[in-house]
Ligand binder design. Structure first.
Ligand code: HEC
Ligand code: HEC
Ligand code: HEC
Ligand code: HEC
Ligand code: HEC
Ligand code: HEC
Ligand code: HEC
Length: 496
């Protein structure tokens, strides 16, 4: 039964028709990787249906499969909310998230498939949610790492154009292939294996190193990155750093862990074939460690013939939605520093960007991660750096937004307004920036302007839930009216 399922899916995975004529074996082998199925239409999982009671929210959840369609539903007081699933995220090697569509907006389903346990359950982040919904926006960032090619509608939170290519394809590691397709020869397409180490590693890091924060350079988007570029020319990734107070280190991703290992010069491609071919990792280890002395180490004497990886790269816990590495990629001895789970609160650039933007990017990195982690220390570092960045003359849209929001937090709306105004002026299609401006205008009593900005936010992004809330605050007399307006765009939504 399992085998049949596998063959069926193997036959329907994505394979690039443009490359197959000349690189047949690579295309075939790549089709077997998780990447080639990283995003796809939903299909029957091993457990095709399940209904269960979610104690935390007191609701019944369910998954139904039939006639090639997957439906997720949630039963609560007052009725049932159900959606047909549009996309699955994740090949299902470990787990899968699901996406539903309303108009051109994409939202995450609170239900997920866990391949390791072979069961449907609450998606990571929803298990202890008393009010799980179908309305958590799927960010462009999420699909940037998981999908081949997607187009986020400019300025929107979660509106997308047609998914040009769902699964991760050749271009994500080989860059623009137009010249190569016009003339199939070596040298006119990016080959990561031939890039200088930093650019080579950046290809994998662009998805495998989320870090604590990622900050685009002024005028750039993270999605502008292409294989072959230097990452810091587009964005900076910030990771936790050690300092004299924090002697501990928190390494999280495959890239961070591997960077701590002493085995050099090794890169991801030493042990992983990007096209899915099997690599004999033990032979790779022995290729460098030719003289491991089986007698000097007890464990080696007892089991010298065993797989090196089992002891030196042990498996950790299964996927829990944290995107942390599951195979420990930090090869070390007991004498080397131990791995701690504590968080080093200060940040450092994975690779420093150009000097002109270093302080600006660091400021935005601290503020971004402070918001996610609620770290006061990061907030303080961020404010100091932001001040310095502004003094250096940085007033681009991201800086303006950050500065405006900080004044909002400090309850100084008059000081926030010029910054938020500038942030909107520089990105007039950005719905969330408009909404921040609207809320702040309302705060200082400029109701009519506030209403205009909030209406514009709704026009740009009709499913932006907070916009209706803000409109209700701006016009308390019409609070119910705005609630109804929101219900009209999400007719299935049940308000608990
Ligand atoms: C018309 C035939 C043809 C097509 C179609 C083709 N290639 Fe190639 N490709 C070649 C040849 C020939 C080479 C050189 C082979 C060699 O050096 O061994 C090559 C080499 C490459 C290299 C290595 C380049 C280097 O400089 O090291 C990459 C990467 C590559 N191709 C990717 C692709 C991708 C991705 C596609 C599909 C989008 C594709 N190719 C389509 C013929 C083709
Ligand atoms: C476009 C983003 C992206 C890039 C670039 C990328 N990866 Fe991945 N990689 C993923 C995602 C997403 C998965 C999980 C796929 C799944 O199973 O759903 C993955 C899975 C893997 C796996 C697990 C095995 C498998 O076949 O799924 C390995 C190993 C891996 N990547 C190595 C690499 C290496 C090495 C590079 C650089 C040469 C790289 N990746 C570049 C996104 C990326
Ligand atoms: C910075 C890039 C990045 C972002 C952002 C990201 N992911 Fe991932 N995700 C990965 C990579 C790489 C893997 C596979 C390797 C790993 O687990 O580290 C993965 C693994 C997964 C898996 C498990 C797939 C499997 O079977 O192994 C799921 C499900 C998943 N991600 C869902 C999501 C969702 C949903 C979002 C957005 C809300 C998201 N991810 C955001 C890079 C990313
Ligand atoms: C996850 C990143 C990644 C993806 C996706 C990817 N490649 Fe590659 N590719 C590489 C790396 C890395 C190398 C260099 C391998 C080396 O030097 O060890 C490479 C090398 C190549 C080469 C040169 C010959 C060789 O075997 O070294 C060809 C041809 C090629 N890739 C074609 C493709 C095609 C076609 C696809 C899509 C079906 C594809 N690649 C998808 C990372 C990737
Ligand atoms: C490209 C060569 C290379 C490969 C491949 C390689 N290593 Fe290493 N490894 C090194 C070097 C160099 C050192 C540092 C030696 C030193 O510091 O004396 C090292 C150090 C180590 C250490 C000691 C770490 C410490 O903290 O002192 C262990 C354990 C180890 N390697 C295991 C492995 C295993 C297991 C593999 C295969 C999964 C592997 N290595 C693959 C080159 C390599
Ligand atoms: C010294 C060898 C080695 C190097 C170098 C290496 N890996 Fe791995 N990796 C492994 C082994 C072994 C596994 C477990 C494979 C398995 O279970 O099939 C693994 C598993 C993975 C997985 C699957 C999820 C997990 O954690 O089990 C991903 C994703 C991955 N590696 C990414 C990377 C990336 C990205 C790099 C570069 C930063 C890298 N690896 C460097 C040996 C290596
Ligand atoms: C049964 C578990 C086990 C297996 C299998 C194993 N090792 Fe080790 N290895 C150890 C332990 C334990 C140490 C000592 C670590 C310490 O000092 O903390 C060690 C130390 C090492 C070191 C550093 C010390 C030295 O001798 O230079 C290297 C390198 C190493 N192993 C490589 C390998 C390679 C290569 C393989 C596969 C051929 C392998 N090990 C298989 C458990 C194992």
């Amino acid at each position: 039964m399992l085998r049949v399922l596998f063959l069926l899916t193997a036959a329907t995975v994505w394979a690039d028709p443009r490359c197959v004529g000349c690189h047949q074996s690579i295309v075939d082998s790549y089709a077997r990787t998780g990447k080639a199925r990283s995003v796809g239409k939903p299909r029957a999982e091993v457990q095709t249906q399940r209904q269960w009671f979610h104690d935390f929210s007191g609701r019944r959840m369910g998954v139904v499969w039939g006639q090639g369609k997957m439906t997720h539903f949630m039963e609560m007081k007052g009725g049932v909310e159900s959606y047909e699933v549009e996309w699955g995220i994740g090949s299902g090697r470990e787990a899968k998230n699901f996406v539903v569509r309303l108009g051109d907006s994409l939202f995450l389903s609170p239900l997920a498939w866990f391949a390791n346990r072979m069961i449907w359950d609450m998606a990571p982040g929803y298990a202890i949610d008393a009010n799980p919904t179908f309305y958590r926006p799927v960010s462009g960032e999420c699909l940037q790492c998981h999908a081949g090619r997607v187009a986020v509608v400019e300025g929107s939170q979660n509106r997308f154009g047609e998914m040009a290519q769902a699964a991760i394809g050749c271009e994500r590691c080989h860059g623009d292939v137009a010249a190569h397709l016009a003339s199939g020869v070596a040298g006119n397409v990016v080959n990561p294996g031939k890039l200088a180490p930093a650019r080579r590693d950046a290809v994998c890091e662009s998805c495998h190193l989320a870090g604590e924060a990622r900050v685009a350079n002024p005028g750039k988007k993270i999605s502008d990155f292409r294989a072959g570029m230097a990452m810091e020319d587009v964005f900076t990734t910030y990771v936790s750093r050690r300092n004299s107070e924090d002697t501990v280190l928190r390494v999280n991703s495959h890239s961070e862990e591997w960077a701590e290992s002493k085995c050099q010069p090794v890169w991801c491609g030493t042990c992983h074939d990007s096209h899915g071919a099997k690599v004999d990792v033990r032979a790779k280890c022995l290729g460098c460690h030719t003289s491991i002395d089986a007698h000097s180490i007890d464990a080696h004497r007892r089991k010298a013939g065993a797989d090196c990886v089992g002891c030196h790269m042990p498996k950790q816990r299964p996927w829990d939605g944290s995107h942390a590495s599951r195979t420990d990629h930090w090869i070390r001895t007991q004498k080397s520093e131990q791995k701690f789970l504590d968080r080093g609160e200060l940040l450092r650039a994975w690779r420093e960007p150009a000097k002109e933007v270093a302080t600006r990017n660091l400021a935005l990195g601290y503020l971004q991660s402070a918001e996610k982690t609620r770290s006061l220390k990061r907030l303080r570092e961020g404010l100091v750096a932001l001040d310095a960045a502004v003094k250096q003359g940085h007033t681009d849209g991201d800086v303006a937004l950050a500065a405006g929001l900080q004044y909002v937090r400090q309850k100084k709306p008059e000081l926030a307004l010029p910054w938020l105004g500038r942030a909107v002026e520089l990105a007039p299609l950005d719905s969330l920036r408009r909404l921040h401006l609207a809320a702040t205008l309302a705060n200082v009593g400029r109701t009519e302007e506030a209403r205009k900005e909030a209406m514009e936010a709704v026009r740009l992004e009709p499913l932006l839930e907070q916009a209706y809330v803000v409109l209700g605050q701006i016009e308390p007399a019409r609070k119910e009216y705005w609630k109804d307006q929101y219900r009209k765009v999400v007719p299935k939504r049940m308000m608990p």
